[in-house]
Design a protein around this ligand. Structure first.
Ligand code: SF4
Ligand code: SF4
Length: 193
């Protein structure tokens, strides 16, 4: 008799719990706005301090490689030839197959030219596409080339007409430049806004 009472008691308790649970669900279902979004057509805002894809202000970089040395997984490759203060660039890449987004590469930079953006979309069917070159240009810029030629001419004792015009630019990167670089990263990775 006791076993039958327990049996029906358990059924009653299960039904009561289910009804209470459904009551809470229905109450919130009617009151709360949905918390899911239709990704990738909609996106949640990303906090400013989010550690996403990197961006390089190449014109400020001095190829000291401190960022690469600080990287715990050795995923930054930098290659540039130094012509005095002018750099001839070959590579500045990050292998996002290895990167753990720890941000250790950012603080050691003596000229504050490597940053992390809020871009986070890395999904790809091509693992080779996860090695991202951060360079805006490779080799020498025209003004750098001119500066080297003029330096060589000066060394050879030739007259150089306008030395000021050929100095390498020491300007930083504007907000528009940074936005353009982020757009370029997205484009390279096949992403849309
Ligand atoms: S975020 Fe970390 S793992 Fe990624 S490149 Fe920088 S130091 Fe290396
Ligand atoms: S630490 Fe800064 S300046 Fe040095 S190589 Fe890295 S990005 Fe360039």
């Amino acid at each position: 008799m006791g076993a039958i009472r327990d049996y029906f008691g358990n059924i009653s308790s299960a039904l009561t719990s289910t009804a209470k649970g459904m009551g809470v669900t229905l109450r919130h279902y009617r009151k709360e706005p949905p918390i899911t979004i239709q990704y990738p057509f909609e996106r949640f805002p990303v906090p400013d301090r989010y550690r996403g894809l990197h961006i390089l202000e190449q014109e400020k970089c001095i190829d000291c490689k401190l960022c690469a040395k600080a990287c715990p997984v050795d995923c930054i490759e930098i290659e540039a030839e130094h012509h005095g203060r002018i750099l001839e660039w070959t590579q500045f890449s990050i292998d996002y197959k290895k990167c753990i987004f720890c941000e250790f590469c950012i603080p050691p930079c003596p000229v504050d030219c490597i940053h992390m953006t809020t871009e986070y979309e890395l999904a790809t069917e091509d693992p080779d596409g996860m090695v991202e070159d951060l360079l805006t240009w490779t080799g020498l810029r025209p003004q750098d080339q001119r500066a080297l030629e003029e330096a060589a001419a000066r060394k050879a004792g030739k007259v150089v007409p306008d030395a000021a015009a050929s100095k390498p630019s020491a300007e930083g990167t504007s907000a528009e430049d940074m936005a353009a670089k982020i757009a370029a990263i997205k484009a390279r990775m096949g992403k849309k806004d």
